[in-house]
Design a protein around this ligand. Structure first.
Ligand SMILES: Nc1ncnc2c1ncn2[C@@H]1O[C@H](COP(=O)(O)OP(=O)(O)O)[C@@H](O)[C@H]1O
Ligand SMILES: [Mg+2]
Length: 477
């Protein structure tokens, strides 16, 4: 459930839609410009089914619509069929806008109702939407925007306009005002775009501009560069003739509290809607929903459940889920290429998902460790072994050299000679240069202190399945 904090500038936020608000065309109108028509019952009905919305126009992104929500006849999944494989990868692509969006109805309805109220009363307002990455904020706002434009055409004779601005694409933070100004015309002619907007919204215009929904995504970028921009932006909605419904989206939960104190003192701090991280059941449902339109089962349900559990425990980020599922499908593709025995209808199994997940959740030092020369890998392996045995987290170069020699002998059984002492010190220096371990100072080389600067579990992870170092399970213990 989303949380909604603070009160809007004079607007009451409701989770429930008013029973009569647009289902009674003959009811008294709340404004001179807002006209309800016979189309309203359908449009209101559509609000409840917001997640079923089919057409999502997104002019600012290259997102594509993949498939409709018509019932699809089950066909057999054949990973050898290039067309099927392409469709699966597309359904799992982050840039693909799904036609069925599960688990965000409540949040979308709250935002929709808020904007609808502003529009009907011809009053400005602002909302702040926050939540961790990959929780469907951008997607939900695109859906709400599309729904609102459709609704306004039906009930208000096209009196609502909308603009989406992603702050990462701004060359300069103040450019946001010129982007907004493109939507407004007025009889003011001062200097900067911000001043023009302030002037337009402070005076009664002979021809008032359209009510405009302004979605400002990745708003965090405005904080880091210039706090006043963020403040001026929200202040636009407090001006007497403002026509903006401003929705700011960012990851930070306390952005409104921290950066908009003046708005709070004016009692017009934007209400906050928090998108909580998806839990395992939601992730499972969302991914099933995204794949439903394909008409065939690509994944074993156990493998999907495993992915959902793992990502939910780590972050609840849908972007990660999509990336892992795509990777698992690519692994299946590779398996099919390399084997002629696989049956046609082979789905993504638990094992393949496990491989995809371990790649996605691989600790960051593992690649560095794996790209080291064998001798340096064995030095690291020996070092962790030594720490485990001695129950200490430091040693000396001399001690480490001894353990390295023993380890080398046990791996190569005297078939290859270990490196000499001078080369060993060079190797340790190399590891220190790569920030994998730290070497202390001492007059005698062999007494220099050695400590690890990476987690020993990263080393254990890197050597898992290594053909030279077969048994290193105890490293992680
Ligand atoms: N409820 C959902 N149903 C289907 N796909 C979702 C859902 N939530 C997120 N996604 C997908 O996850 C990815 C990240 O979503 P996005 O809205 O960009 O997250 P945020 O803006 O919170 O970082 C997108 O590809 C989006 O389509
Ligand atoms: Mg986003």
């Amino acid at each position: 459930m989303p949380t909604l904090r603070s009160a809007s500038s004079g607007l009451q936020l409701r989770n429930k839609r008013p029973k009569s608000d647009s289902t009674t065309p003959s009811k008294k109108r709340s404004s001179s410009r807002f006209k309800e028509t016979k189309a309203t019952p359908q449009s209101d009905d559509a609000i409840g089914k917001i997640a079923k919305c089919k057409v999502i126009s997104s002019p600012t992104t290259s997102r594509k619509r993949l498939y409709g929500d018509e019932p699809v006849q089950k066909v057999k999944w054949n990973p050898k069929d290039p067309a099927q494989m392409k469709a699966v990868k597309e359904a799992l692509h982050v840039a693909t806008v799904p036609s069925n969006v599960a688990c965000r109805d409540t949040e979308q309805n709250i935002i929709f109702d808020f904007c609808k109220e502003c529009f009907k009363k011809e009053r400005s307002g602002s909302l702040y939407v926050c939540g961790c990455p990959g929780t469907g904020k951008t997607l939900s706002l695109q859906i709400v925007k599309s729904k609102l434009l459709t609704w306004s055409k039906e009930v208000g004779h096209d009196m609502l306009d909308a603009v989406s601005i992603n702050c990462t694409s701004l060359a300069d933070t103040s450019e946001i005002f010129s982007k907004i100004l493109e939507k407004f015309e007025g009889t003011c002619n001062p200097r900067s775009p911000l001043q023009q907007l302030q002037c337009i919204f402070s005076k009664r215009q002979s021809l008032p501009p359209k009510m405009t929904l302004i979605i400002v995504d990745e708003m965090d970028y405005l904080i880091t560069r210039d706090r006043s921009v963020l403040h001026d932006l929200f202040m636009l909605t407090t001006l007497p003739f403002s026509r903006c419904i401003l929705i700011g989206i960012a990851n930070a939960i306390d952005l409104a509290d921290r950066f908009l104190p003046k708005l709070a003192s004016l009692n017009c701090k934007p209400p906050v809607i928090t998108f909580r991280a998806y839990n395992k059941d939601q992730i499972y449902e969302i991914i099933q929903e995204r794949l439903k339109g394909l008409g065939y089962d690509v994944f074993d349900s156990l493998s999907l459940e495993f992915c959902a559990r793992k990502v939910a425990a780590a972050s609840g980020d849908m972007r990660k889920v999509l990336a892992v599922c795509r990777r698992a499908v690519e692994l299946l593709e590779a398996e099919i290429r390399d084997s002629c025995e696989l049956q046609e209808f082979h789905t993504v199994t638990f094992d393949l998902m496990d491989k995809a997940l371990s790649k996605a959740f691989k600790p960051k030092n593992v690649d560095t460790i794996l790209s080291l020369p064998l001798h340096q890998q064995i030095i690291l392996y020996a070092l962790v072994n030594l720490f485990n045995r001695s129950k200490k987290n430091y040693t000396t170069i001399g001690e480490l050299n001894k353990t390295y020699n023993e380890t080398w002998k046990s791996i190569h059984r005297n078939t290859r000679t270990a490196i000499g002492a001078a080369e060993f010190i060079n190797m340790c220096q190399g590891l220190s240069d790569q920030s994998l371990l730290k070497l202390g100072q001492s007059k005698e080389e062999k007494l220099r202190r050695v400590t690890l600067t990476v987690d020993s579990s990263d080393i254990a992870h890197a050597f898992k399945g290594n053909r030279f170092i077969q048994d290193c399970k105890h490293l992680a213990e």
